[in-house]
Design a protein around this ligand. Structure first.
Ligand SMILES: [Zn+2]
Length: 149
């Protein structure tokens, strides 16, 4: 289990994933409670599944660990081949989509990317870009050249 998310888009994706795992657990029947899963995990592999961790995964509170997802699926008798062919890509896709959301939201909100009127570059950091031009201008002037703009 990793960090808790506060991003609503990420949260919706995590909830959707958690629900799909809940559906698999529910197919085991009414006895498939958190305790049943934890006991079964202890009996089969010695690796515990604490209620708090399970709850975070199933309710989409934090990003799921693959090892834990795979463990739950195995405990619910999902075939190894199905875990590899269906569930692992599904989990990987979830993580990738989360990274994309995080990246776009890191860049986008505060300032739009501007095109530099002098050189046409996409400028992310205006101060650094101005410094870059000032250095180039100084160098060109020393060499008796001038840059437009
Ligand atoms: Zn420029």
């Amino acid at each position: 289990m990793t960090k808790k998310t506060t991003n609503p888009r990420v949260s919706a994706m995590l909830k959707e994933f958690g629900t799909s795992i809940k559906t698999v657990i529910a197919q085991e029947g009414k006895h498939a409670t958190y305790e049943w899963l934890d006991n079964r995990a202890r009996d089969q592999s010695g690796i515990r599944l604490p209620k708090a961790s399970l709850s975070r995964l199933l309710n989409g509170v934090s990003e799921p660990d693959w090892s834990m997802v795979a463990q739950i699926l195995r405990l619910c008798d999902v075939e190894k081949t199905e875990i590899a062919a269906v569930w692992h890509p599904k989990w990987k896709n979830l993580i990738e989509r989360i990274r994309v959301v995080e990246m776009t939201e890191q860049i986008a909100p505060t300032q739009a990317i501007q095109e530099c009127p002098i050189c046409g570059s996409a400028v992310l950091n205006q101060a650094r870009h101005d410094e870059f031009h000032a250095n180039i201008d100084a160098r060109l002037r020393r060499n008796g050249l001038r840059i437009a703009g």
